[in-house]
Design a protein around this ligand. Structure first.
Ligand SMILES: Nc1ncnc2c1ncn2[C@@H]1O[C@H](COP(=O)(O)OP(=O)(O)OP(=O)(O)O)[C@@H](O)[C@H]1O
Ligand SMILES: [Mg+2]
Length: 584
């Protein structure tokens, strides 16, 4: 007796739904794409219980005819392609004719739709993928789809879903990302009765700010390049504005949000040293290319696509980012001066600026025997300083000889030549200063006459407000304003003026909702201030300021490492030099 049977169409649909419908957010994606394909300019979405109890989406698109309604929930039924060749110039989001069939197989569905010029509209209802009713309803133009009891017949899938809050967040994120690609379309999203997104049609740049916060406005650099019929445009953040995860990098190809596997590497290469480690720039980048340059039919949820020439795309991305970073305004000298001219704690009386910087004590710094320069005979060590904290005055510069490669300060001390990274060194200085201020509560707070408004996503604002008390302990007072907007009312003196917003945002980002002990909190904040206020590679620094920087570094508890563990200085001892030149 044979054991093989053909699966029933219902079961086939449920299996297929597993690939397309991961959760409510994948339904939102499919439905919004359908609305966009129907040329809607206004899309309203409503979810209850993260979409598991109810999803309602209405659009003002072209609608469907009476005969099309029962067909739209059938598998492989589509109005978007007719023959295989159509796939080569696809400009619609959908083409497989399976989304609605999949959704219908795992939920109860009601679809109402009307077309212009008609007298009435029509509605169908489905259960287990089968049409259970069809009727006429009062006329309107567009489509309204209601989904109830998602996964009622596939309880295992339901069990795999994350918490409701997690799913709600995914839904919001999905809408936000999709709306970036179509700024000319208005979106309204009501979650459990609360409006969480309300976007009118607007220019693309404004759309980015509407979603990710007005505070990004002055920190975005426009990217625009074109080659061989492929255009790349959008925005990346200035190196002074970044996040601690890759979550704010978005790529679109012909308006479709996709995962670009080479993007992370390219961004990293382009920003390089401009960003501290663990920092990720924002990116909102849109490719426009002829439809026959891509194959969209490679991923069940169309998250990835195949390019005819991946090298052209990655090359254009590299060129676009590189160009704008190279030409973006360097930090002004005055700004530099301000950053460096913070008071020097622990130095009494006149500070010893200029050439005579000897403070008396010669350093004895530990060696790292096996670190040798390639090409130079072994035994001559270029010593990276020890990672164990060194004592005060371990590094005592006497003279400096300026900056090489726009980054490294050359300084002479009693015991050798030091090469100092201006960025990491300044980070170390600010880190220790801020940490000390925080521990000793040696800072003042200032109530701002005009509070700083920070616009962010609703969930970021909620997260920030849940940290309100913790922030108050370190001199920062924030308040809710509306939706995704919060106000900073009071700021502490240890944050550099003008850097409040980005430093606080950075701190919130690192902290997220986890609870930090006081000590960790001080440490995190000190790192954020250090990162945000330190001079960068390539920043112009005057002789006078170099001297000041070196002096302040010599007063650090651990002058040899930046707060993130990168070296701030390396030493070529007098003895090494003498050995190199066969003097000893
Ligand atoms: N909001 C809508 N307005 C007008 N027509 C719609 C709408 N949603 C669906 N349709 C019609 O129903 C058909 C089936 O939709 P469905 O999403 O299942 O497939 P598709 O969009 O063609 O392809 P894919 O499975 O790749 O999304 C569409 O081709 C379209 O003709
Ligand atoms: Mg579709």
């Amino acid at each position: 007796m044979g054991i093989i049977q053909t699966l029933s169409p219902e079961l086939i649909n449920q299996i297929a739904a597993g690939e397309v419908i991961e959760s409510a957010h994948s339904i939102l994606k499919e439905l919004i794409e359908n609305s966009l394909d129907a040329k809607a300019t206004k899309i309203e979405v409503l979810t209850e219980n993260a979409g598991l109890s109810r999803i309602l989406i209405s659009d003002n698109g072209v609608g469907m005819a009476r005969e099309d309604l029962p067909l739209c929930v059938k598998r492989y039924a589509t109005s978007k392609i007719h023959k295989f060749q159509d796939l080569e110039h696809i400009f619609t989001f959908g083409f497989r004719g399976e989304a609605l069939a999949s959704i219908a197989s795992v939920s109860k569905l009601s679809i109402a739709s009307g077309m212009e010029g008609e007298r009435v509209a029509y509605e169908i209802k489905t259960e287990d993928g089968k049409v259970t009713s069809e009727k006429e309803i009062p006329h309107f133009v567009g489509t309204r789809i209601e989904i109830t009891d998602l996964f009622y017949n596939t309880p295992v899938r339901r069990k795999f879903l994350k918490t409701e809050i997690g799913e709600e967040k995914k839904n919001r994120t999905r809408l936000q990302i999709m709306s970036l690609a179509v700024p000319n379309v208005g979106f309204r999203y009501v979650q459990n009765g609360k409006v969480v997104l309300n976007l009118n049609p607007e220019p693309a740049f404004e759309r980015v700010l509407s979603i990710y916060g007005e505070n990004l406005r002055d920190h975005l650099l426009a990217v625009s390049v074109e080659r061989n019929g492929i255009r790349l445009h959008g925005w990346i953040s200035h190196p002074d504005f970044y996040k601690s995860s890759r979550m704010s990098q978005f790529f679109f190809v012909n308006q479709r949000s996709i995962e670009l596997k080479f993007s992370a590497q390219i961004l990293k290469r382009c920003y390089g040293e401009l960003l501290p480690s663990g920092a990720f720039p924002y990116a909102f980048l849109f490719f426009e290319l002829p439809a026959n340059f891509i194959d969209v039919n490679v991923h069940p949820q169309k998250k990835e696509i195949r390019f005819l020439s991946e090298d052209t795309i990655s090359g254009l991305l590299f060129q676009g980012i590189q160009e704008v970073l190279r030409t973006s305004t360097p930090v002004e000298f005055l700004e530099m001066r301000r950053r460096l001219s913070m008071p020097i704690p622990y130095v009494h009386g006149e500070s010893n600026l200029g050439e005579e910087m000897g403070l008396g004590l010669a350093a004895t710094l530990p060696y790292r025997e096996h670190f040798s320069l390639t090409g130079i005979s072994p035994g001559i060590n270029l010593n990276l300083l020890s990672e164990t904290p060194t004592k005060h005055h371990a590094f005592v510069p006497k003279k400096h000889y300026g900056i090489i490669f726009e980054t490294f300060i050359l300084a002479e001390a009693e015991d050798g030549l030091y090469i100092i990274d201006q960025h990491t060194a300044h980070e170390r200085i600010r880190y220790e200063e801020v940490l000390r201020d925080l521990k000793e509560k040696a800072y003042k707070t200032q109530v701002l006459l005009t509070p700083i408004r920070i616009e962010m996503t609703i969930e970021e604002a909620e997260e920030a407000l849940s940290s309100k008390e913790a922030l108050a302990e370190i001199g920062i007072s924030i308040e809710p304003f509306s939706g995704g907007t919060i106000l900073i009312r009071e700021v502490p003196s240890y944050i550099d003026p003008g850097k409040e917003q980005e430093t606080i945002l950075d701190f919130l980002e690192r902290r997220k909702t986890r609870h930090l002990e006081e000590k960790q909190m001080f440490d995190e904040m000190a790192k954020c201030v250090a990162c945000r206020s330190a001079i960068k590679k390539g920043d112009m620094v005057s002789d006078h300021l170099i001297a000041e920087l070196l002096q302040r570094l010599s007063f650090c508890e651990n002058p040899s490492l930046c707060p993130h563990g990168r070296p701030t200085l390396i030493k070529l001892s007098r003895q090494d030099l003498e050995k190199m030149f066969h003097r000893i």
